[in-house]
Design a protein. Sequence first.
Length: 81
Amino acid sequence: MVSRGKHKVARLKGLGVKYGATVRKRYGTIYRLLKKKRRCPKCGSVKFDRQVLGIWYCSKCNYKVAAGTYDVNFERAKSKY
Ligand SMILES: [Zn+2]
């Protein structure tokens, strides 16, 4: 049997064949960053997720924090403001 080799990253659904390769690649990078599993800095739960743009929320301990649009980077946020 011929081994085909595994895809390194899973293909994204949603954009299909539209918008061109560059835009789809960019979208994929951002989307994966956004949907990455994160731990809540307060209780350590993985229920930590973005609620709306810039608002990150833990549904377990109700911890809410303002951070980046697509990623939580507390170090960068602290140094910036
Ligand atoms: Zn929490």
